[in-house]
Design a protein around this ligand. Sequence first.
Ligand SMILES: N[C@@H](CCC(=O)N[C@@H](CS)C(=O)NCC(=O)O)C(=O)O
Length: 175
Amino acid sequence: MRLIDAARCPYCARVRVALAEKGLEYETVEIDLSNRPAWVYELNPVGRVPILDDSFVLPESEVIMEYLEERYPEQALLPADPHARARARLLVHRFDDLLGRDYYAFRRGDENALAERLEALEVGQSLFADIAFVPWVVRARDLLKVRLPEQLARWLAALEQRPSVAAEVATVRAL
Ligand SMILES: N[C@@H](CCC(=O)N[C@@H](CS)C(=O)NCC(=O)O)C(=O)O
């Protein structure tokens, strides 16, 4: 398995953490996001990473997470209960509304509601959704120097005990 990756990309981080949780071995092909090689467009016409190559080529972090969960069900990231599974998928599907849009607005210095979004974030219900959101929460804390709400800080501190997330925190600190 190969992951076309960029250390600073939080969408790639979703996949790195999911792969680590599942204990899957893979080769990393690190690309320079500010000077993307032409072959990236051959694999993904929109030129974005992550791209997973597991005998077939798959872009889009949310879809890659779903694929990994189905293809490698050991160390499940989704809960067993169908309602809880649907809820986890819904949260990830609504990532832009729940966090992404305001995170990037904050980063650009535009008007934003990042503080309110972080306060309202539904976390701790499934590893699947937690993995999909944690890359931005880590970057908000460690790169954007945002003070996290108490309950989110507690959630992150617990999640950081997992080697998969600790590795991502180390990656962010090295950026
Ligand atoms: N919806 C995509 C978004 C991926 C994405 O935006 N990746 C960024 C790096 S963090 C990228 O490749 N940006 C290049 C571009 O937008 O042209 C996913 O979930 O994988």
